[in-house]
Design a binder for this molecule. Structure first.
Ligand code: ASP
Length: 438
């Protein structure tokens, strides 16, 4: 069991025959709550956060420090956890051909699911036409942003100084360094044994630390969600309720159809168990709007709830949190159409092709941090010849959209991890199948 009740058993209510006092009555629901598996506690925290945000409005911001505390605690884990779990994972995989195969499969699945995501975004945007009748007029005076070139991205993969990569939290550079180190430890054979033991012990330690931080996740998720929902009043959301609805709908359709379908048909795994196993990661993604920030929780869910090996989870998830953004791709597909409709622009076939291409590339280039997708939307709009004012139109509601797209982004990373793990016999079926029992 991953996220079960706390280690110390909760005292049970003694039935002494005496009438219950006020305090026992009050604490009874709380006792029930802490006995639930952690994933259920987190979802309850999420639901209560939405309710509190709606009830208290901007006052819910008072909870912000608690949310930030939780966020800092999981962010604290990212760099060391990714590094040590990846090195430990690589040293457990002596077969270097296998590593190459895993990389290829990972990239292929990431690309295919992203292409599906943009297409679903475009189809939903065309079907529901959320921008129709908005009659916006473009002034055409804004500056376009430049995309980084492929060469500069590739050159930047190798850290000239690993310590700088750690300090800046540059996940791709940390991955490259960890793989190089892990492979080198493998190459020196027996002499590398103490290093293998050290990295294994460190990885276990960081998994434990993640476990501890996750125990306060229900409270953290509650505080973060209440703050975001509270600061977005109905007056901001209502005028754009249509586009918010379409993005949420397209996101749900993508997760259920594409992810559920691939897991069921390709991997022959029960998708319900997958969704239950990843619920903690989804709730943290939804409330933090950061795939990178959710990484420690994703790794934990993949290993302990889905039964994916350390090597596969430690490699596929950090790569995914950096380059695989299906939710962001859906968002860009829907919004490109929405903005064209709002400004009364008829899109040509060439513009559609441009949207598909740039939305896929932009989603790969988007950082796994809050609000990054909005900046990349500027790129897609510029490339497709659409007015950049669209970015300003969306900015006020972007956080609400970010919550949906980050959740999809994280679900996509975990789905790919499961598929790769399954195809490489790196998934423990007994663990996967038992996840509904918790
Ligand atoms: N916030 C998203 C994430 O972390 C990225 C985005 O803004 O699209 O996955």
């Amino acid at each position: 069991m991953l996220y079960g009740p706390p280690a110390r058993p909760v005292r049970t209510i003694k039935t002494t025959g005496r009438p219950m006092t006020q305090s026992t009555t009050l604490s009874a629901p709380l006792r029930l709550l802490v006995r639930l598996p952690l994933w259920q506690q987190i979802l309850i925290g999420l639901a209560l956060g939405v309710a509190a945000g709606m009830a208290f409005g901007a006052d819910a911001q008072l909870l912000a420090p608690i949310g930030t505390l939780f966020l800092n605690a999981i962010k604290m884990l990212i760099v060391p956890l990714v590094f040590v779990s990846l090195v430990a994972g690589i040293t457990s995989m002596q077969d270097s051909a296998k590593l190459g195969r895993i990389s290829l499969k990972t990239i292929a699945i990431y690309l295919v699911t992203t292409a599906f995501a943009v297409s679903i975004g475009l189809v939903f945007g065309a079907l529901f036409s959320p921008g129709e009748g908005m009659n916006m007029v473009a002034s055409g005076t804004q500056e376009a942003k430049q995309a980084p070139s492929l060469v500069s991205i590739l050159v930047g993969l190798v850290p000239s100084n690993p310590v700088t990569a750690f300090a800046e939290g540059n996940i791709l550079q940390i991955i490259v360094f960890a793989i190089a180190l892990g492979v080198s430890i493998n190459l020196i054979g027996e002499r590398g044994a103490p290093a293998v033991r050290l990295f294994n012990a460190l990885a276990e330690t960081f998994y434990k630390l993640t476990d501890l931080v996750m125990r306060v996740a229900p409270i953290g998720v509650f505080a973060l969600t209440a703050g975001v929902v509270g600061s977005h009043g109905a007056e901001v959301l209502l005028p754009l309720a249509g586009v918010i609805g379409v993005i949420y709908l397209a996101s749900i359709a993508h997760v259920l159809l594409v992810y559920g379908g691939l897991l069921g048909l390709l991997a022959r795994l029960n998708p319900l168990r997958f969704f239950q196993g990843i619920a903690p990661a989804l709730a943290v993604a939804f409330s933090t709007s950061s795939s990178s920030g959710t990484l420690p929780v994703s790794i934990e869910c993949a290993r302990k709830n889905l039964g994916v090996s350390e090597g596969v989870a430690g490699f596929v998830l950090p790569v995914g949190a950096t380059i695989n953004m299906d939710g962001t791709a859906i968002y860009q597909g829907v919004l490109a159409l929405f903005i064209a409709q709002a400004f009364g622009i008829d899109l040509s076939a060439g513009q559609y092709a441009m949207i598909i291409l740039t939305a896929t590339l932009a989603s790969i280039g988007t950082a796994g941090i809050p609000g990054a997708g909005l900046i990349m939307l500027g790129l897609v709009l510029t490339a497709a010849g659409l007015p950049l004012e669209g970015v300003a139109l969306i900015a006020g509601i972007d956080r609400i959209l970010d919550m949906a797209r980050t959740t999809v982004n994280v679900a996509g990373d975990l789905m790919t991890t499961t598929l790769v793990g399954r195809s490489e016999q790196e998934l423990d079926r007994a663990v996967y199948d038992s996840s509904t029992k918790e």
